[in-house]
Design a protein around this ligand. Structure first.
Ligand SMILES: Nc1ncnc2c1ncn2[C@@H]1O[C@H](COP(=O)(O)OP(=O)(O)O)[C@@H](O)[C@H]1O
Ligand SMILES: [Mg+2]
Length: 391
């Protein structure tokens, strides 16, 4: 567009360009299918030399790579004249999966066959794919369990329990609980997928945390009262506390943390809910000294001032080795998978995604037998002109 491209007048730029490509590239040659040692590479860019840990940019192909998948791809391009692709797994400490492709390049000046060999790192794609497959498998499993139980009880009600009113009443109660469980799972799954969908869209709106937490605490009080668990709500002195965020999602965060604290509290114990504002990131994420703590979500980039919501219970606590897995979908600490306390295992995954979206942080601090404290902290809404009306 603006005169002749430097590429057309200076061929050395092409070499620099290929050299600089992030994907590993080699040019290979061979003259006869049966002569394995005759396969050579006559060019390897920097990325290829790094991948295959070779120093020279030309040499015997077998000295650079011995992987049968790669060699067979090369042969197809060289001797069948066809495009071919396969997978190459590196065995280094951090194993990576690369798609390897070969394309025939025709004949060289001396009559040998040429092919282009490229590698493309697909480790991340495969990881995401595996997560997706695992997620589907887990979700189906979680739904299948209550469904199987429902089918079983329907059969029983049709069969020997048909004329037994007491048994019928009991089974209907269990069926109701299983149906409720399925409904909870579906609600959590829907909620999770909706949150993930707009995780990268910054939340609009400003929320007063004092009002919001107060409302959620009030709504959760009857749940606590069933087991004599008191909710000790301590709004901060400096009210209101405005944070940037989406009201419904912040409600979900508070609900989930509160729900867990109540669920895992011993009967009659207190759950403390504290709100503090105007904190640095360090102060917001801090927890009692000596208790193992782990940051499940770290804010990025960090803001000047945070408001933190801290929920503390006197429950069984969580062993140190289980802390990192808490926000995994469907993860539940062993021994808490069934019974009165069984949940969906999606609550903290939902909290994590919401905190990510809000550029806030989430810290758990807990030890076995010592209760647990979960702290969610939000960037505070800044100057008034930045305040957007909640939509
Ligand atoms: N306050 C808590 N005290 C003890 N364990 C907890 C607490 N909160 C969460 N956990 C553990 O973390 C797991 C995951 O929590 P969550 O994602 O909310 O799932 P759910 O509550 O549906 O089981 C729980 O199953 C439980 O094992
Ligand atoms: Mg929960």
């Amino acid at each position: 567009m603006y005169g002749e491209s430097p590429l057309s007048t200076d061929p050395s730029l092409y070499a620099a360009l290929v050299e600089a490509l992030p994907d590993p590239i080699l040019v290979v040659t061979g003259s006869e299918r049966s002569d394995l040692t005759g396969r050579r590479f006559i060019f390897a860019n920097t990325a290829a030399r790094e991948l295959l840990r070779i120093i020279a940019d030309a040499g015997m192909l077998l000295s650079a790579v011995r992987d049968p998948a790669v060699l067979s791809v090369v042969d197809k391009a060289l001797f069948d004249g066809a495009d071919a692709d396969g997978f190459y797994e590196t065995t280094a400490s951090q194993s990576r999966s690369l798609r390897v492709r070969a394309r025939p390049l025709g004949l060289g000046a001396d009559g040998t066959r040429l092919a282009l060999l490229t590698f493309h790192d697909e480790t991340e794609v495969r990881r995401v794919e595996k997560t997706r497959v695992d997620f589907l498998a887990n979700a189906s499993h979680e739904l299948r369990t209550p469904l199987a139980s429902l089918s079983g009880f329907i059969e029983t009600l049709r069969g020997h329990a048909k004329d037994d009113p007491a048994a019928r009443e009991k089974f209907l109660g269990i069926m109701q609980a299983q149906a409720d469980r399925m409904a909870r799972l579906i609600a959590d799954l829907t909620s999770l997928s909706r949150i993930e969908l707009d995780e990268h869209v910054p939340p609009r709106g400003v929320v007063d945390l004092v009002l919001l937490v107060g409302e959620v605490v009030e709504a959760a009080a009857p749940l606590g009262a069933q087991r004599g668990v008191k909710l000790d709500w301590r709004p901060c002195a400096a009210c209101p506390v405005a944070v940037r965020g989406e009201r419904d999602q912040i409600v979900q965060v508070v609900q989930n943390l509160l729900d867990n604290a109540i669920k895992y509290s011993p009967d009659g114990a207190a759950v403390r809910i504290e709100l503090r504002s105007g904190l640095s990131e360090l102060a917001a994420a801090a927890s009692a000294e000596g208790v193992p703590r782990l940051s499940l979500v770290a804010p990025d980039p960090s803001s000047e001032s945070y408001a933190s919501l801290r929920v503390t219970d006197l429950g069984p606590g969580i062993a140190r080795q289980n802390l990192p897995r808490l926000s995994e979908r469907f993860y539940r600490v062993d021994g808490q998978k069934s019974g009165a306390r069984s949940g969906t295992g999606l609550g903290l995954a939902i909290v994590k995604h919401i905190m990510n979206r809000h550029r806030g942080g989430l810290v758990v601090s807990s030890a076995e037998g010592e209760g647990s404290t979960f702290t969610a902290y939000f960037p505070m809404a800044g100057a008034p002109e930045a305040v957007v009306k909640a939509s």
